[in-house]
Design a protein around this ligand. Structure first.
Ligand code: ATP
Length: 238
């Protein structure tokens, strides 16, 4: 399988603060890869840079064989790169259905195809179907997270970047969301998952990178990392 994403020696700074200090990693087509690490390690900064929201101070990002810097931000969705940000970023004053329609704005296929995908999202998340005409901003945190993921999927992404999908949610909702993430991956979407819940991330993904202080300190097979003593001590609370 070829790489959908290749990152080499990436550096990102906020003014004088260097948040990412030269990281290299790759994601193969169809893989589920986790990025774990302590607070402030630089995980969100990495995702924001991949989504074009932050400009690198150095290094190289190649997405589907193209320099990311050569793709305009507004073209990223059309190119199949979607981010579900921490805090979700849905349109609170629009209904659930309107949010899903917005997610499809860059598509050029038929209305029927888009409607079929909305129906598919309602099938995956019956809760969203029940609340189709509710204003998104009035839904619970878990419902908003389901909507944020569904909205991103409506754009038919090739690479989905997920920032902390479990944040602030009850365990049962987290289970449901991770079930869906696994299902989505079966549909052929490649996933980069940033998670505070390292155990769940390692159980869900095939490979993982561990970040600390703006660097990648460990990488490998997710199941092996799950049993790695250093990882267990530092990130799994065991
Ligand atoms: P968490 O798990 O707590 O969300 P993280 O691994 O996602 O952490 P980042 O949010 O990427 O970490 O932050 C990396 C570093 O960059 C931190 O030291 C943080 O304080 C700093 N940082 C993040 N955003 C900004 C900003 N807008 N201005 C200045 N520094 C920032």
């Amino acid at each position: 399988m070829s790489n959908i994403l290749e990152v080499k020696d990436l550096k990102v700074s906020y003014g004088a603060i260097q948040a990412i200090k030269g990281i290299s990693f790759h994601i193969k087509q169809g893989e589920m890869v986790a990025l774990i690490g302590a607070n402030g390690a630089g995980k969100t900064t990495t995702l924001k840079t991949l989504a074009g929201m932050l400009k690198p101070a150095g290094g190289d990002i190649v997405y589907m064989g193209k320099q990311l810097s050569s793709i305009k931000n507004y073209d990223l969705i059309r190119e199949g790169l979607a981010l579900v940000p921490e805090g979700r970023g849905i349109f609170g004053r629009l209904t659930v259905t309107e949010n899903l329609e917005m997610g499809a704005y860059s598509r050029t296929d038929s209305k029927e195809a888009i409607q079929a995908d909305i129906d598919r999202m309602f099938e995956i998340f019956p809760r969203l179907k029940e609340r189709a005409s509710q204003l998104a901003g009035t839904m619970s945190g878990g419902e908003q997270q389901m909507l944020a993921i569904s909205r991103a999927l409506m754009g038919k992404p090739k690479l989905l970047l997920l920032d902390e999908p479990s944040m602030g949610l009850a365990p049962i909702i987290v289970q449901k969301i991770f079930e869906t993430i696994r299902e989505v991956a079966k549909d052929g979407v490649t996933l980069l998952l940033v998670e505070q819940n390292a155990k769940l991330a390692l159980q869900t993904c095939q490979r993982a990178y561990v970040m600390d202080g703006g660097k990648i300190t460990l990488e490998g097979d997710a199941k092996e990392l799950l049993h790695d003593e250093a990882v267990q001590k530092a990130y799994l609370g065991e």
